[in-house]
Ligand binder design. Structure first.
Ligand SMILES: [Zn+2]
Length: 126
């Protein structure tokens, strides 16, 4: 259990979920193909961005509902301005959190063994 939490945390902060020392991103959004230290591939043939986008969109939508509810509850007379500010904040949040969600998703794939299956599928088809 602790190893799974450590792997998720490493992915969340952009480190290799296996060794914890290698970097996962070349720039803010550009994923490195694999860990330079342990050789773990981060992306196989499958589109693994979908899971990260799912995490990010779900959390952003949840925050949007909470923010909208708080706006209606506390500032109903300035609702349009509040919604514009909320929209801008959620857009910025989503743009930043997507990278973290991508690392988290790769950590999740690593602890479930799904990345190994991707590599075996790559060997089979290539
Ligand atoms: Zn590594």
């Amino acid at each position: 259990m602790l190893a799974a939490i450590v792997a998720l945390w490493r992915g969340f902060v952009g480190r290799c979920p296996v060794c914890g020392r290698g970097r996962m991103f070349r720039s803010f959004y550009t994923l490195i193909e694999g860990c330079a230290l342990c050789g773990r591939r981060y992306e196989g043939m499958g589109n693994q961005n979908t899971g990260a986008m799912g995490i990010s969109v779900t959390l952003t939508t949840l925050l949007g509902f909470i923010g909208g509810f708080l706006l209606v509850l506390y500032v109903p007379d300035q609702l349009v301005l509040g919604l514009v500010c909320l929209f801008v904040l959620l857009t910025i949040f989503h743009a930043i959190f997507y990278r973290l969600a991508r690392g988290l998703w790769i950590g999740l794939l690593s602890i479930t063994g799904a990345m190994d299956e991707d590599e075996r599928r790559d060997e089979f088809f290539l």
